[in-house]
Design a protein around this ligand. Structure first.
Ligand code: FES
Ligand code: FES
Length: 155
C-alpha cells in the first residue's frame, strides 16, 4: 500500500492504495468521481481525459501516485461554484454534441484544454487536436460546432 495526496477539483484527499492504481481508477473507484469514463483503459479512446496542472492527460495511462502534489481537474470540477456551466459544457448542450454521452466528459475536458492551448482556430485544427477523443456514436459534426462556438466566445 502507498499513501497519496491528491488535489482533485480544489479538494485535498489522502488515499491509501496499491501503488499500481491508475489515476482513472483512483477517481472512479476510490473517490466515486464517475464522470471520468473508462473506455479502452489503454490510451486509445480519450474517454478518461482529465487535466493535470491544466494539461490534458489520459488518466488510464497515469498512476495515481504520479499525480501527487499536482492539480487534477475532472469534469465534476469544470462548472463554477454557483453551478453555472463552463462555456464548453453549455456549447455541447446547445449544439446537441452527444448521443449516448459516454465520450462526452473526455471530449469536453479535451476541448477546454484545446481552446486554452490556442488549437481551436479552425474546424480542421479542432479535428486534428481533438483526434485522440473517439465517439462511437459519430457525433463529430456537432462536437466540432460546439468547440468552435466556445472557442469563438473566448476570443
Ligand atoms: S480509457 Fe483512457 S484512453 Fe480509453
Ligand atoms: S456520444 Fe456516444 S460515444 Fe460519443
Amino acid at each position: 500500500m502507498t499513501t497519496v495526496h491528491l488535489d482533485i477539483n480544489g479538494h485535498e484527499h489522502e488515499l491509501s492504495f496499491d501503488p499500481r492504481v491508475t489515476l482513472l481508477d483512483a477517481l472512479r473507484e476510490h473517490l466515486s468521481l464517475t464522470g471520468t469514463k473508462k473506455g479502452c483503459d489503454q490510451g486509445q479512446c480519450g474517454a478518461c481525459t482529465v487535466h493535470v496542472d491544466g494539461e490534458r492527460v489520459l488518466s488510464c495511462l497515469m498512476l495515481a501516485a504520479q499525480a501527487e502534489g499536482r492539480k487534477v481537474t475532472t469534469i465534476e470540477g469544470l462548472a463554477a461554484e454557483n453551478g453555472d456551466l463552463h462555456p464548453v459544457q453549455a456549447a455541447f448542450l446547445e449544439h446537441d454534441a452527444f448521443q449516448c454521452g459516454y465520450c462526452t466528459p473526455g471530449q469536453i475536458m479535451s476541448a477546454v484544454a484545446c481552446i486554452r492551448e490556442g488549437h481551436a482556430g479552425s474546424d480542421d485544427e479542432i479535428r486534428e487536436y481533438m483526434a485522440g477523443n473517439l465517439c462511437r456514436c459519430g457525433a463529430y459534426p456537432h462536437i466540432v460546432a460546439a468547440v468552435r462556438e466556445a472557442a469563438e466566445a473566448t476570443r
